[in-house]
Write a protein that binds this ligand. Sequence first.
Ligand SMILES: Nc1ncnc2c1ncn2[C@@H]1O[C@H](COP(=O)(O)OP(=O)(O)OP(=O)(O)O)[C@@H](O)[C@H]1O
Ligand SMILES: [Mg+2]
Length: 261
Amino acid sequence: MKKTKVIAIMNEKGGCAKTTTATALAYVLSKQGKKTVLIDFDGQANSTLLMGVKNPNTLEVTISTLLNCIIAEEPLPALESYLVKTNCGVDLIPSNSQLFSLERNLAGVDFREYMLREYVDTIKNQYDYAIIDCMPQVGTPMVNAMMCADSLIVPTQAEILSAQGLQELVKHYAKIKRAGNPELEIEGILITMDNKNTIVSNQIKEMIDSTYGGKLLVFETRIPRTIKVAEAAMYGQTICEYMPNNKAAIAYQNFVKELTL
Ligand SMILES: Nc1ncnc2c1ncn2[C@@H]1O[C@H](COP(=O)(O)OP(=O)(O)OP(=O)(O)O)[C@@H](O)[C@H]1O
Ligand SMILES: [Mg+2]
């Protein structure tokens, strides 16, 4: 039995590279020989697409189906029947647009904050790492991810307003840590889509340090902006697989080293 580390990639702000980071992290860990499952916890199914699944909406079983089983206290289908074994070695729990109903399905359910945790507990001992790609919104699903995770990685665009927007997330984190998951840690803030040598880029770390009194770790590695990330997505691949020598792929490798998991 493995002791699994569950890492949620979270930021309620949209488009800050959560999915790019979650898929790259899962890929790099898997290439290092760590058994890794990536859980797509977003109805947009971007991680599912990036892992090479062409039509998520045709999938019979997704994270949404599984959570609905947990909610209804029904038995789960066998893992082999729905787990997607991707070409790059990562195991994927896929998602599709049905997950957009999750908030509604959770309404009025007893212990509704624990549904994702209950599901992940059923698979996690087979893995070294479970990476959760979260949706860009605050609500019960986000609380579910915080209740389930050991730690959070928060990708943030190299922009002042994005960095200031972290306040809400940090507030939620503090509350969950006090009230429900005392083990939860913020692993750190990962600066993404960085334009090297711009004023903003060079000052963003100081800005985060001064806003949060140095309490939030900002990773030294910043992920540079490059059009190749979008190009990789077009081919249903993470940048690390599509172009391993690209500057963003190398940065993701360095980021994983820095994580010292
Ligand atoms: N380093 C980068 N350089 C250039 N473009 C990037 C980079 N990282 C991400 N992007 C692009 O930015 C967009 C948003 O990235 P991504 O989907 O990873 O963000 P997200 O936080 O998961 O978004 P959402 O909140 O919608 O789930 C995508 O089009 C992606 O290709
Ligand atoms: Mg995403």
